[in-house]
Design a protein around this ligand. Sequence first.
Ligand code: ADP
Ligand code: MG
Length: 502
Amino acid sequence: MSVLEMKNISKSFPGVRALQHVDFRLCEGEIHALMGENGAGKSTLIKVLTGVYEKDEGEIFLKGLNKAAVIRSPQDAQNLGISTVYQEITLCPNLSVAENMYIGRTKGMVTNWKKMYNDADKILRQLDIPAKARQQLSSCSIAVQQMVAIARAVDMDCKVLILDEPTSSLDENEVAKLFNLMRNLREKGVGIIFVTHFLDQVYEVCDKITVLRDGQLVGEYVIEDLPRVKLVAKMLGKELDDMSDIKSEAMEYKGDGADGVPVYEAQNLQSNAGIKPFDFYIKKGEVNGFTGLLGSGRSECVRAIFGADRVISGKSQMNGRKVKISKPIDAMKNGIAYLPEDRKVDGIIGDLSVRENIILALQVLKGFFRPFSKAQQYKFADEYIKLLEIKTASADTPIKSLSGGNQQKVILARWLLMNPEYLILDEPTRGIDVGTKVEIQKLVLKLASEGMSVTFISSETDEMLRTCSRMVVMRDRKVVGELTGSDLTQSKIMSTIAGGDK
Ligand code: ADP
Ligand code: MG
């Protein structure tokens, strides 16, 4: 018996079709995972359901209503029994647990405190939540606070409970308690939509999975019918059958052998961006990479290496010498360059010319008070415009008037000009044409053959297989494996990401 049916839902933002004709069905008493890589459309679907966004098209049906539901605001959704608990807890820490459960719901009546505390305690007991009604909320752990938020949602007579990444800040113990609460609610017939990045959690607690990709419905599956490796394939949009024979084309790494001192090495490195501590190394002239689903922590690892996020523990070494990298400039001074994933935010400076964008990193290293001469700047810029075949009218053209692929080459030029010992490229080929992609891949291999060490991240595993001789595999924000040699195949990568073939 379904409690909720969303039919043919479409929603666009300027330039993005976030949802295209998506159907979603939720049954009574089930825990239903909504899965997809970052940007697949999960949050948009939830926001359409909860009245945060107005849909462009489609209908929403709820059990007990004989026509399509009208949901124009979160309040409408609430009134229809659809409750959401967001990752950031939106309760009042200074009030008691009970007050938090009932706040804003007394509808002007004089509050009967005794009754409120009794009712609250009853619900807390029923749901097995380790909190007391009279306790101040701030004295509870984050996990318990989240449970109180859920209790509040449930007590409002909810039929559909949405949990959007509720577990990201919880430890294992707390996750287990949250899952108990979810199972408890399932017993009571609540339909739960569970959005998470964590594959393990999906298989632990969910009954069904709906997969979205690029704003489209891939399918709805009963958990037993969708083994992990297939789920990963669906999220990535690969068919398992035509994957097995794509093998690494990258040259086997024949650098200075296993005993050579790594160019860069990290031990127990951890940043404040929510990744588990990891070990990592790269040798001279080696190309390696981080692979995993979007959101698995690939970018966070390289950001930690470069000091782009705050490093909270671990050691790093360059050529066997201990180095302290807590800011990007420290990394740059040690010969590390990093091409970030989000060029619009971290990369291009739109109003500056191609030349100014190219010399930026080197100028920062040299110090802004010792500017390069104009002649020197043109020499640098022209050299790289030629080397990378950047299509621009001149070195003085504003970078924003270039195509995406050419902008990308400008940023690449910026880092190459530094002549780094170690170059990190995070999605260097995203959104650029196929021809330029291949050029960049070739360039990476050429730089490595000349002795540069390169870490390459790409969402397209084929592309990584063409460049990397070693791949570090991530799942759920931790490093879970490393593949080299004959293990560098699509299917092996996929099953390592998934955590087994099952
Ligand atoms: P998910 O939650 O699966 O990571 P989202 O639903 O957040 O994905 O995003 C789907 C797509 O819609 C992405 O391309 C995202 O950039 C875009 N998008 C989401 N919200 C907005 C918004 N408010 N304005 C513009 N684009 C948006
Ligand atoms: Mg989201």
